[in-house]
Design a protein around this ligand. Structure first.
Ligand SMILES: *Cc1c(COP(=O)(O)O)cnc(C)c1O
Length: 401
């Protein structure tokens, strides 16, 4: 086994990314000399106002929207909350039915649970074994009372890319408002809101080399939306609160950079992903790739390692200087298997042994090869201690009773 590297091998880019130095440079003046409140009238404030206008323009151009269709928020979670609660409140007299999928981020699923306690009917569409939502199933689920469909653009755990444009077409035909959580898609997939057919689209800066705590919600003109924060008249009365000028400048700088280097990113990161996937499949027996073999994000690797616990693999990787995550958002100590893998039909005991490695722009072939050099031994050692595992010929599990 190789020596632990000096620098952490960071392979958890779907959890968050480091702020790019150019993004940080663009932000810094807005913490200090350009600190003005964009709502005031003197010169200092006008500087902040100009930065906000410019950032709104940049983001709108990046996603093919108009500036007035952008609401800046505190991140993906707030954007998802505003989209779902905002549309549900606005259309309460029209109906109480919402359609989503079983594999959404908790920022969608937990809002749906909340809305269901408040009298909304939620349909959770199933997915196939690769994590794909069937657009026809969306069409079949729509009823007279359906006020909103929310299906994510790309899944954060397994990287599966959903057929958003087809779902968008169906929603438009049936005149149902369509939201998509695009947090994982920005910087990796082309995002043109008209081509995707979305009425609302959630974005979060820290997933593409921008700062944490800032995001945006795209809202198509004339989409009914009740604000969820009352106060000042910021964001055209749709989201009260003094704007996070530095964060918003960071978001805009990051999205411009992400769009500019998207092809290069996908080529480079995609090659690392393929090397990692092939290497794991070659060197480790009894593994399965979770997610779609081809319709997946260029940075996502997610494997089941049978007979071992994902958490144990992660701890061992951490000891060897590799930062990765389990399939599920393991923010709590709960050892519940991932709802995404379960929805894809993965058996709970196998889902427990899953690990997600998400690559980024500055990962290298050397880092991938390092992981490939240590992982087989980690898995082998954990399996040798696992009562579930018995090798052909020698009952390795027998002695551990
Ligand atoms: C990270 C993430 C979110 C939450 O975004 P925050 O900015 O961290 O609140 C929502 N949806 C998806 C798909 C995500 O990956």
């Amino acid at each position: 086994m190789e020596n632990k590297p000096d620098k952490v091998v960071y392979m958890d880019h779907s959890a968050t990314t480091a702020v790019h130095p150019k993004v940080l440079d663009a932000m810094l003046p807005y913490f200090s000399e350009r600190f003005g409140n964009a709502s005031s009238i003197y010169g200092l404030a006008r500087e902040a106002r100009r930065a906000l206008d410019q950032s709104r323009q940049t983001l709108a151009e990046g996603i093919g929207a108009k500036p007035e269709e952008i609401i800046f928020t505190s991140g993906g979670t707030e954007s998802d909350n505003l989209a779902l609660k905002g549309v549900a409140d606005a259309l309460r007299s029209k109906g109480n039915h919402i359609i989503t999928s079983a594999i959404e981020h908790h920022a969608i699923l937990h809002v749906c649970e909340y809305l269901s306690k408040r009298g909304y009917e939620i349909t959770y569409l199933p997915v196939d074994k690769h994590g794909i939502v069937d657009p026809d199933a969306v069409g079949r689920a729509i009823t007279e009372g359906t006020v909103l469909v929310s299906i994510m653009h790309a899944n954060n755990e397994v990287g599966t890319i959903e057929p958003i444009a087809e779902i968008g077409r169906i929603c438009k035909e049936r005149k149902v408002v369509f939201h998509s959580d695009g947090v994982q898609a920005v910087g990796k997939l082309p995002i043109k809101v008209d081509e995707l057919g979305v009425d609302l689209y959630s974005i979060s800066a820290h997933k593409f080399y921008g700062p944490k705590g800032v995001g945006a919600l795209y809202v198509r003109r004339r989409t009914p939306l009740i604000p969820q924060a009352q106060g000042g008249s910021q964001e055209r009365n749709r989201r009260a609160g003094t704007e996070n000028t530095a964060g918003i400048v960071g978001l805009a700088t990051a999205i411009a950079m992400a769009e500019e280097r998207r092809d290069d990113y996908n080529r480079k990161v995609g090659a690392l992903r393929d090397r990692l996937i092939a290497g794991i499949q070659e060197r480790i027996p009894s593994v399965c790739l979770n997610g779609h073999p081809t319709r997946r994000l260029s940075n996502n690797v997610n494997f089941c390692f049978q007979y071992v616990e994902g958490e144990s693999i992660l701890l061992n990787l951490d000891l060897m200087g590799v930062a990765a995550s389990s399939g599920s958002a393991c923010t709590s100590a709960s050892l519940e298997p991932s709802h995404v893998l379960l929805a894809m039909g993965v058996q709970p005991e196998i889902a427990h042994g899953s690990v997600r490695l998400t690559l980024g722009y500055d990962n290298t072939e050397q880092e991938v090869d390092y992981v490939l050099s240590i992982l087989p031994e980690i898995i082998e050692r954990l399996r040798s201690m696992s009562p579930l595992y018995s090798k052909a010929g020698a009952a390795a599990g027998g002695g551990n009773g």
